[in-house]
Design a protein around this ligand. Sequence first.
Ligand code: NAD
Ligand code: TYD
Length: 359
Amino acid sequence: MTILVTGGAGFIGSNFVLDWPAGSTETVVNLDKLTYAGNLENLASLASNPSHIFVKGDFGDTALVKQLLATHQPRAVVNFAAESHVDRSIHGPEDFIQTNIVGTFHLLENVRGYWGGLEGDAKAAFRFLHVSTDEVYGSLAKTDPAFTETNRYEPNSPYSASKAASDHLVRAYHHTYGLPVLTTNCSNNYGPFHFPEKLIPLMIVNAQAGKPLPVYGDGQQVRDWLYVKDHCSAIRRVLEAGAVGEVYNVGGWNEKPNLDIVHTVCALLDELKPRTDGKPYKEQITYVTDRPGHDRRYAIDARKIEQQLGWKPAETFESGIRKTVQWYLDNPAWVSNVLSGGYRDWVSKQYGNTAKAAA
Ligand code: NAD
Ligand code: TYD
């Protein structure tokens, strides 16, 4: 058996692909365009694993996706591929529309065609799992209850609006064509292989480089944080047992203001790798102009997935953030390749001309 994963060289996708063999012998076909956010170095430990087939390409490329579906006959598609950074979506929304909306549409069309040609058990067992975000629900006031699956969609950034549109397309393909879809809406992830443009890895990397730690506005915006491996276990559980057509919110019950997150990262670095001048890393905190349209608070009510599918996160925020800071300290080569841009030609350096990955 085989599954097709899109965007499996990004942060969450690569964690998902790396964790997959521990629970399954199924082959993973990993389709990723390798945008700036895709890093094959994340998948280095799978380089000689025949159950991981990497294909460089666009999930919106009809000819390629049709060929992959026909050749590998996956029993499921897990769609991680997206443009994912809110700040980039503010500076340049077009890629978000193209990838998150148009790309997802093409993928859905091709998967619909493939699924329509399946028969019997293969058709009944097929699933399309769409990985989405809590940001589609918009922003909460301080005392509002956390987002449930029935909250109205109120996206506020080009990123969240494009993800909301993709969620609607996925929903429509189920209601109109019967495509067996599942959707997950997860809170902010953190953990290994997180690109240092996002809050937590940026703070870890900048702190060690002696650079400012930029906190937007007053730093009191609240996010719900989930360790990435817990998100991956939730996706596996939904794929295994989720009811077709249903949406599952995924979260860690860890609402924290950004400033608390930055202080926690600083304190862990003070303990694990103190500054040579003995001063605390928090001295590097710098308040900067707020993000336009900045959502004030996200919070996930994860009772549906917990009660209906028996999923729970394994990490607390305290255990997960310690592992994460330690991972960045243990992997300076990964960090410096990302910062230098060297990760972008890692494949050719690593595999030379025989790169299966560079196909
Ligand atoms: P990421 O930006 O780290 O990775 C995205 C991956 O998709 C990259 O490897 C990139 O090369 C690939 N990609 C982009 N366009 C592509 C295309 N046209 N064809 C094929 N591949 C393409 O993102 P992430 O943080 O790993 O997020 C993965 C998914 O999870 C996204 O859909 C995102 O919206 C969702 N999500 C992320 C978070 C989070 O906190 N990071 C939380 C909830 C949901
Ligand atoms: P981010 O990691 O970009 O995720 P998202 O915008 O999808 O939630 O940002 C998390 C929070 O941290 C968000 O409220 C913006 C804030 N932030 C900063 O204060 N400084 C930074 O340098 C970054 C990247 C984010």
